[in-house]
Write a protein of this length. Structure first.
Length: 764
């Protein structure tokens, strides 16, 4: 089969494998990836992440012994459309710790979603246990000591007065690189407000009394009258801090009197639209509701959530040379496996909020790289860029983290699809929906991207002027492909009927009506077009063309009882009209091409390989896999790290050695200034780079398991010198778990059992 590994049906091999007592990982062994430090940190670059899917913390302890944390939230959008930190909190124990000669440790316990800080000296020990309740909007800090201590919590805000923005990025609303002063008009940061009239609590809020972005983009980009909403104006977010027996010293400081035990709670809330008064009233009700639940009950439920999270999926890789276990700093299998576990934890900490994960920092960005004044700064700003945004999500079906995918679908489908349809009609004069590469949460795109030279009404070409993604429309096809994945894995027919199929219709209608021209063979002529951000002048670009083939094929394979004759006829007609997959030749050797014709190169992506991933037209188990392998050999600018997907391409082409090399390099690519070994980047994006970690997860999964329709391929690109324990999800509500030892599979468990007939082991 084109020199690829032999594909061996699982039923012919089941007798070779021991299906018995399972020695697998799950939550019971995730502790091996806990992060432990034995000294305080210099600043926030020495922080650990923590979160409950919506509320996040960056936690570190200064050399003074004070514990600090940046508090973040997935929906704390400021009036300039930036996703802001909620604030910063300091907890000080008195007498202060640590003192000279004292012991110190800070441990992230993955199994329970907890950070534990321990101080020890000749008087005894004191600990602070921090957790963000997995089921309620509250941060819990529990202090226990062997001798009486006072615990003080204080608010430390940096947005304290109105001032021009200090650091601006391309994606910020008013960014304009074409003017000498860099700005169309000054961008003003509004201050937070510390609450004045709380009796035994302290707190603060940020209220958007103005909105910069929705109105400006609507005027510039011709969006007036479309179904567009303003998600910024009157958005209010903040927090209140309380403690058992807490005493309010002043509006920014709360004391918990001397005791061997302290209970500090930080309650966070975002409300839109709202007034500060309504926000505080509703936050008070939220606090009462949370506090009515006994602490032990909340703690147990919190730990149960994390245990279930780790049990639903895992990958634990070890080196076949057992002596490597004694040298974890050089054990590449451990480093890669740790990176996988930590990235999955980071995504879980930020993946259940009201908005998708921000690729450029998630909710864990901190002040760094010459911008110490602004912990809210992100390179590429507040917009969602599809090619980046998708990458933290591409591994979630296999890991079974379906709940974390919902915010992505919520934004692009529920919130924005009516707007996208209306904008397509206004811009193109036809039906369907195109999804811009860059998009704000209300639908507009960055103003510099659209172009300052003229407004919508002043130009004949209504599209953006920035060429990097002027005609890049693969976003919609990838979204539909991911939605079909979600349906296949979950078998959620309501999701298919109410979300996936209507979205697929709008995206496919766009391509059908936008590229109406047909050549002499009756095939679609996709021009003007571009191949990602790289080839600006393309005919029949690979990403969109591969996506159209993959999506229409998958739709046509759905059971007839779930689709209509009209839908199937349209999908078949469109599929039949597609031009052939583009190929090129180098020294007489055929390979995948970026487009049928391509010119004007600007970036260093590999659009030709989108036929390998995400759209899987070529790869393990597919004909002509050599077209993909040769394309890998002849990339214009191969790269590893950030949003580059080399690791995944190698895995999907069955190249175990190169996939391993790229994965190891990626897993070692965390920020040199950060202590946490999964704060990747900044790479092309920002710190921590969620693209880098998202690709790492998908690449590692793809070494072990790949799927195509009903087929499940085991070990399609597994390195010979690595062993593993794993549990992964597959389509049709299937789970596969086993151990890999010296290339052999043990303790194989498949649920449901009838899916065993669909497993194929890829062996030498």
């Amino acid at each position: 089969m084109n020199n690829m590994k032999a594909l061996v049906p699982i039923l012919a091999l089941l007798a070779l494998y021991a299906i018995g007592q399972s020695r697998l990982m799950g939550s019971s062994q995730i502790e091996k990836y806990n992060i432990a430090w034995d000294s305080p940190s210099k600043d926030s670059l020495g922080s650990m992440p923590l979160g409950n899917g919506d509320i996040g913390l960056n936690v570190w302890v200064e050399e003074s012994g004070d514990l600090l944390c940046y508090l973040s939230k997935t929906d704390s959008w400021g009036d300039n459309a930036r996703l802001l930190k909620v604030g910063k909190v300091r907890v000080k124990l008195s007498p202060s710790l640590p003192r000279g000669g004292s012991e110190f440790s800070q441990v992230l316990d993955l199994k329970t979603g907890t950070i534990k800080v321990r101080y020890g000296d000749d008087k005894g020990t004191a600990t602070i246990r921090i957790w963000v309740d997995a089921n309620h909007p509250v941060i819990q800090m529990d202090v226990e000591s062997e001798y009486p201590l006072e615990a003080n919590a204080s608010i430390e805000l940096w947005r304290t007065e109105r001032h021009p923005i200090a650091s601006i990025s391309h994606g910020d609303v008013m960014f304009n690189k074409q003017k000498e002063n860099g700005l169309q008009q000054p961008v003003i940061i509004e201050p937070d407000v510390v609450l004045e009239n709380l009796s035994d609590r302290i707190g603060w809020y940020h209220h958007n009394s103005k909105s910069v972005g929705p109105k400006e983009t609507a005027i510039q980009q011709g969006l007036l009258g479309l179904p567009i909403r303003d998600p910024l104006l009157h958005r209010t977010f903040g927090a209140v801090i309380e403690a058992n027996n807490g005493i309010r010293i002043d509006k920014s400081n709360l004391a918990s009197p001397k005791s061997k035990s302290h209970r500090i709670r930080i309650h966070a809330r975002t409300q839109h639209p709202s007034t500060p008064e309504a926000w505080l009233r509703d936050l008070d009700a939220q606090i009462q509701e949370t506090n009515a639940i006994p602490l032990d009950q909340r703690r147990t439920a919190h730990e149960d959530w994390w245990a279930a999270f780790w049990d639903r999926s895992w990958i634990d890789i070890t080196h076949s040379d057992t002596s490597m276990a004694n040298d974890p700093l050089n054990d590449e299998a451990f480093i890669a496996s740790r990176g996988y576990a930590l990235q999955r934890f980071i995504s879980a900490c930020a993946g259940r909020g009201k908005y998708p994960i921000k690729f450029n920092g998630s909710i864990f960005n901190v002040a760094h790289e010459g911008k110490p004044e602004d912990a809210d700064y992100r390179r590429w700003g507040p917009a969602y860029w599809w090619q980046n945004t998708r990458l933290p999500y591409i591994s979630m079906c296999a890991s079974g983290d379906f709940d974390h995918m919902k915010p992505l679908f919520q934004l692009y489908v529920d919130d924005l699809m009516p707007f996208l349809q209306a904008r397509t009609e206004r811009y193109m004069g036809h039906s369907g929906a195109f999804i811009s590469e860059e998009i704000y949460i209300w639908g507009g795109i960055p103003m510099a991207t659209y172009g300052w030279e003229s407004t919508f009404n002043e130009r004949e070409d209504k599209l953006q002027t920035l060429g990097y993604h002027k005609y890049e429309w693969v976003s919609g096809l990838e979204l539909v492909f991911m939605m079909l994945n979600y349906y296949e894995y979950t078998q959620d027919e309501d999701f298919l009927q109410q979300k996936a199929l209507p979205t697929a219709h709008e995206i496919l209608i766009f391509f059908d009506e936008h590229y109406r021209d047909r050549d002499e063979n009756g095939e679609m002529v996709m021009y003007p077009a571009q191949a990602l951000e790289t080839w600006w002048d393309s005919l029949n670009p690979m990403p969109e063309l591969a996506g159209l083939y993959a999506v229409t094929d998958r739709l046509n394979s759905l059971p007839d009882n779930l689709t209509s004759e009209t839908q199937r006829a349209f999908w078949k007609r469109l599929n039949k009209a597609l031009p052939e997959i583009p190929l090129r030749e180098v020294e007489g050797v055929k390979m995948l091409a970026p487009a049928e014709r391509y010119d004007d190169k600007h970036n260093k992506e590999s659009p030709e390989l989108y036929a390998v991933f995400p759209f899987r037209l070529f790869g393990v188990g597919k004909p002509n896999i050599e077209y993909g392998r040769e394309a890998m050999k002849h990339q214009w600018t191969p790269a590893v790290g950030g949003w580059s997907q080399e690791d995944i391409f190698y895995a999907y082409l069955g190249d175990a050695a190169e996939a391993k090399r790229a994965i190891v390099a990626r897993s070692k690519g965390f920020n040199a200034e950060s202590r946490f070994p999964a704060f990747w980047g900044p790479n092309f994006d920002w710190l921590p780079d969620q693209d880098h970690g998202g690709v790492l997860m998908k690449a590692i999964q793809s070494l072990i398991l790949q799927v195509d329709g009903t087929d499940i391929y085991l070990l399609p690109a597994w390195p010979k010198d690595w062993n593993a324990s794993f549990k992964l999800n597959a389509p049709y509500a299937t789970t596969v778990q086993a151990r890999i030892v010296d290339g052999e599979i043990y303790d194989l468990e498949i649920h449901p059992k009838e899916r065993a007939k669909d497993l194929v082991i890829v062996s030498e």
